[in-house]
Design a protein around this ligand. Structure first.
Ligand code: TYM
Length: 331
């Protein structure tokens, strides 16, 4: 076991979708074998959209059950719920003191969210990146498995680490690095012609979707009238289908349909049928386990309690040191 620390999390705003799985969770499953891992459920971050109190615990349990179904093992990794570790908030405060409103205002996800929810541009949304930095830095994590959409937040986390180190003339925080499952940043596309698969885009294939639903969603994927000339470049909607195929299918399958595209004989119906088939194959074992893990709430709560204890221990250690560096008395 390497001693390098890994941390990552997901907001509990619904079920996990294929973007979450291929962008992040499959890396979690791989990394837990080699690293000291912390995987959490970012329920504080989800407050930016004001969820109802009665949904808070249920949403966290949903993600927890899905983490387990994907293969995250509480014996190997620490799994916890963000709001169980109040130490994070103190670090968040310190990091906010060193972060400038100009740089927070330039974060594209902030600008996008402010556009989408103009009546609710709250300070939590604005300081989202510093809370994320606190999540990471409180364990002094070196690696953070994430999808491409988190690149800018990760840049902010590195800035927070660097700035703290500079201000206090220390090397206390390592600069956390993005980790990508197959080396490159991944953006799992939506199959509705839009850019990425995402909950707020309403274009998701969820791990909880059964075979019939998956097939139906894939068969409805947006296409066009097909290539008119051999070897023409693929428009975005078609490229999205190929990208998805590159993730779930064998290289031979991708090559087969690529050749069909290039000689203008491609039939999108056949391609989608194959894509759905390969998706179902990857998802089925996970799908079955979600039902199994969801049914045992007591077990889920026990896992979250044990995880919280371990996470708090690690966070408290960092926080004490941070307090000492800043000039406060350690607890
Ligand atoms: P969230 O909940 O939006 O997404 C969770 C993870 O899934 C990845 N992801 C994708 N990857 C590729 N293609 C997609 N279409 C796609 N959709 C989602 C995201 O990149 C992410 O890795 N800010 C985070 C949660 C968070 C966090 C952290 C993550 C809070 N604190 C500390 C890492 C470290 C978020 O909202 O992710």
């Amino acid at each position: 076991m390497e001693n390098e620390i890994v941390l990552s999390g997901i907001r509990p705003t619904g079920n996990l979708h294929l973007g979450n799985y291929f962008g992040a969770v499959r890396s979690f499953v791989k990394m837990q074998e080699e690293y000291n891992c912390y995987f959490f459920i970012a329920d504080w971050h989800s407050l930016t959209t004001h969820p109802k109190p009665e949904n808070i615990q249920r949403s966290a349990r949903t993600i927890l059950a899905e983490y387990l179904a994907c293969g995250i093992d509480p014996e190997k990794a620490t799994i916890y719920i963000q709001s169980d570790v109040h130490e994070t908030i103190e670090l968040y405060l310190y990091l906010n003191m060193n972060t400038y409103i100009g740089e927070l205002g330039r974060v594209t996800t902030f600008k996008e969210k402010a556009r989408r929810q103009p009546d609710n541009v709250n300070a939590g949304l604005f300081t989202y990146p510093t809370l994320m930095a606190a999540d990471i830095l409180q364990h002094r994590a070196k690696w953070v498995p994430v999808g491409k959409d988190q690149e800018q937040n990760m840049e902010m986390a590195r800035k927070c680490a660097r700035r703290f180190n500079n201000i206090y003339q220390t090397e206390f925080f390592p600069e956390p690095q993005n980790y990508y499952f197959s080396g490159d940043a991944l953006k799992v596309p939506g199959l509705d012609g839009s850019g990425k698969m995402g909950k707020s885009d309403g274009n998701c294939i969820f791990l909880i979707d059964d075979e019939k639903v998956v097939r139906k969603k894939v068969m409805r994927a947006v296409t066009d009238s097909g290539p008119q000339t051999p070897n023409s470049p693929k428009p975005e909607v078609i490229q999205n289908l190929f990208t998805m195929m590159g993730i779930v299918s064998t290289p031979d399958t991708v090559k087969y349909f690529d050749e069909k595209w290039n000689d203008c004989s491609i039939r999108y119906g056949d391609m989608k049928k194959q894509l759905a088939e390969d998706m179902v194959r990857v998802m089925q074992p996970i799908h079955e386990r979600i039902v199994e893990f969801s049914s045992n709430e007591e077990r889920l709560d026990r896992i979250a309690r044990v995880g919280a204890e371990k996470a708090r221990e690690s966070a408290a250690r960092t926080l004490n040191e941070v307090r000492r560096i800043i000039g406060f008395r350690p607890y």
